[in-house]
Design a protein around this ligand. Structure first.
Ligand SMILES: Nc1ncnc2c1ncn2[C@@H]1O[C@H](COP(=O)(O)OP(=O)(O)OP(=O)(O)O)[C@@H](O)[C@H]1O
Ligand SMILES: [Mg+2]
Length: 458
C-alpha cells in the first residue's frame, strides 16, 4: 500500500515527535520527583533544626519542648502526618516517638531516607546536633518524618506542567505541518488538476515555472514526451496526406482508363485499353503494399522481435524469389558471400522485405545486360549488407534524398511509389543499423546497410 505524500510526511514527523514526547514524559516524571524530594528534604531539615534549637540541658538532663512552628511548616493542606524523635548519643529517647526509623546503616552517611512507618511510606530526615551550654557538649540526633501526600501533589503538578507543554508543542508542530504541506503541495495539486482538465487531444506544454524546483524535472520530462508525441503526430499527418495525394493521381488515371475501355466496348482496341487498366491496378496495389510495409516498419508498429538472422541465408532466400524476374529482364543477379556466418539481431521478416526492396530497385532501374550483386560481409566488426549494380546510378546530390518518403528521382521512367528506400531505412534503423547510398567510380549504385553484428551464440 502506498500512502499519499501528505499522510506519509505527517506520519514521519508526528510519530517520532510523539515518541519523543513519551520519552520526555518519563524523564519529566523523574525530574519532578527529584525536585519535590529536594523541597521535602528542605522542610524536614528546617523542622529538625527548629527542634534541635529547642533542646536544653537542665542540670545534666536533656529536655526538648518542641515549638509548634516545627510541625506547622508541614501543613500544606494535604493532611500529612508528621512524627519526630530526639535521642542522645547513647540512643536514649529524649522526646517524640521511640520507634521512628533511623537512617539505614551503610558506608555513606545518609541524612534523608524513605521507610515504612505505621503502614505508611514516609520520608525522614536525621540531623546530628551538638548541644553546647554551660555543661559539656552533648551530641543528639533529631529525626523528623512526614507522610508523602504533599510531596506527591507537587510531583504531579510539576510533571503535568511539563507534559502539557510537550503536548502543546506537538499540536502546534502538527498544525504547522498540515498548513505547510497544504501550501507546499498546492502547485503539485494544481498541476494534477491541470493535467486532468486537459481535453483528450491537447498537446500543450506545461509550465515548469509554476512548480518547485524538485518537481520541475518531472514537468520537463512530461514536456519532452509531449513534444515527441507532437512530432510523431505531425509526421503521421504528413504521411497520411502524402499517401492520399499519391493515391489520388493513379485513381484518377484509372478512372479515365476504365471510361475509355467502356467506350470501346466491342471494338478491337478494347483489349489494349483494358491492359492499361490492368497496369494501373498493378501499380496501385504495389503502392498499397508499400504503404502497408512502411507502416509496419515504423517504430512501435510491430511487436519488437530480436531473431538471430543469418544474412547469407536471408540473401539466398530473397534472391531465389527474384531469379525469374532477373532472367526475364536479362540481368545477371548474383550473391557474394565469401565470409562465414554473418549474423545480426532483428526482425527476420522485415529484414527480408528490406533486401527485397533493394533488389527490386536494381532490377527495375538497370537496363538489360547489367550485373547486380548482393554482398554479405563483416567490416570493422559490423555486419554489412550491400546491393551493388552497374546501372544508371543516381545524379550527384540525390544520395540522401532518395531515402525520403515518396521521393523519386525526377525523370525516372520506370513506375514506382517512392517508398522502397524509406522502408529500407526504417527497417535498418529498427535493427540498430544505418543505411547509405554511394556512387562507385565506375558508375552504377551501391546501397549499403550496416548493422551491429550479433555476438557469439549462447
Ligand atoms: N538501383 C538504382 N539505380 C538507379 N536509381 C535508383 C536505384 N534505386 C533507387 N533509385 C532511385 O531512387 C528512387 C527512390 O527509390 P525507392 O525504392 O524509394 O522508390 P521507388 O522504387 O520509386 O518506388 P517503390 O520501391 O516504392 O515501388 C527511385 O525512384 C529511383 O529514381
Ligand atoms: Mg523501389
Amino acid at each position: 500500500m502506498r500512502l499519499d505524500l501528505r499522510t506519509y510526511l505527517l506520519a514521519w514527523v508526528l510519530v517520532p515527535l510523539c515518541l519523543l514526547a513519551a520519552v520526555n514524559a518519563l524523564v519529566g516524571y523523574r525530574s519532578a520527583r527529584e525536585t519535590a524530594n529536594l523541597v521535602a528534604d528542605h522542610t524536614l531539615l528546617a523542622s529538625a533544626r527548629v527542634i534541635a534549637e529547642a533542646a536544653r540541658d537542665e542540670d545534666g538532663t536533656l529536655q526538648v519542648t518542641v515549638p509548634p512552628a516545627a510541625l506547622e511548616m508541614f501543613d500544606t493542606g494535604e493532611g500529612d502526618f508528621v512524627y519526630y524523635r530526639v535521642i542522645d548519643a547513647a540512643g536514649r529517647l529524649i522526646a517524640g516517638a521511640a520507634d521512628l526509623p533511623l537512617p539505614p546503616d551503610g558506608p555513606e552517611d545518609i541524612d534523608s531516607y524513605e521507610a515504612r512507618y505505621r503502614d505508611r511510606t514516609m520520608r525522614f530526615y536525621a540531623l546530628d546536633h551538638i548541644l553546647a551550654g554551660s555543661g559539656p557538649p552533648a551530641p543528639l540526633t533529631v529525626v523528623v518524618g512526614s507522610s508523602l501526600a504533599g510531596r506527591d501533589v507537587l510531583v504531579r503538578r510539576l510533571w503535568l506542567a511539563g507534559f502539557g507543554q510537550g503536548l502543546a508543542l506537538i499540536a502546534a508542530a502538527g498544525l504547522f505541518m498540515v498548513f505547510g504541506l497544504k501550501r507546499g503541495l498546492a502547485p503539485l495539486i494544481r498541476l494534477r488538476d491541470e493535467v486532468r482538465a486537459r481535453p483528450a487531444g491537447s498537446l500543450e506544454l506545461f509550465s515548469p515555472e509554476a512548480v518547485q524546483s524538485e518537481i520541475r524535472p518531472l514537468v520537463e520530462a512530461i514536456n519532452i514526451r509531449i513534444e515527441r508525441v507532437r512530432a510523431q503526430l505531425a509526421a503521421q499527418h504528413r504521411f497520411v496526406a502524402n499517401a492520399a495525394h499519391q493515391l489520388r493521381t493513379p485513381l484518377a488515371i484509372l478512372g479515365l482508363q476504365a471510361t475509355a475501355a467502356a467506350r470501346r466496348a466491342g471494338r478491337a482496341d478494347q483489349g489494349e485499353a483494358l491492359k492499361a487498366v490492368q497496369v494501373s491496378v498493378g501499380e496501385m496495389s504495389r503502392l498499397a503494399e508499400q504503404l502497408l510495409l512502411l507502416s509496419r516498419a515504423e517504430p512501435g508498429a510491430r511487436l519488437e522481435r530480436s531473431d538471430r538472422v543469418g544474412l547469407g541465408a536471408l540473401a539466398r532466400r530473397v534472391l531465389d524469389g527474384f531469379a525469374l524476374l532477373a532472367l526475364e529482364r536479362g540481368i545477371d543477379l548474383g550473391l557474394d558471400e565469401r565470409e562465414g556466418r554473418v549474423e545480426v539481431v532483428g526482425d527476420g521478416t522485415m529484414l527480408g522485405e528490406m533486401l527485397g526492396n533493394l533488389v527490386d530497385n536494381a532490377l527495375r532501374y538497370c537496363p538489360t545486360g547489367s550485373t547486380v550483386t548482393v554482398g554479405v560481409y563483416m567490416r570493422d566488426g559490423e555486419a554489412l549488407l550491400a546491393v551493388g549494380d552497374d546501372g544508371p546510378g543516381l545524379p550527384a546530390g540525390e544520395e540522401n534524398r532518395v531515402f525520403e518518403r515518396f521521393y523519386r528521382v525526377p525523370g525516372t521512367e520506370a513506375s514506382g511509389s517512392g517508398l522502397g528506400l524509406a522502408i529500407v531505412k526504417e527497417v535498418a534503423e529498427a535493427a540498430g543499423g544505418t543505411v547509405s547510398a554511394r556512387r562507385p567510380p565506375g558508375g552504377g549504385l551501391i546501397v549499403e546497410a550496416r548493422f551491429p553484428a550479433a555476438g557469439e551464440a549462447q
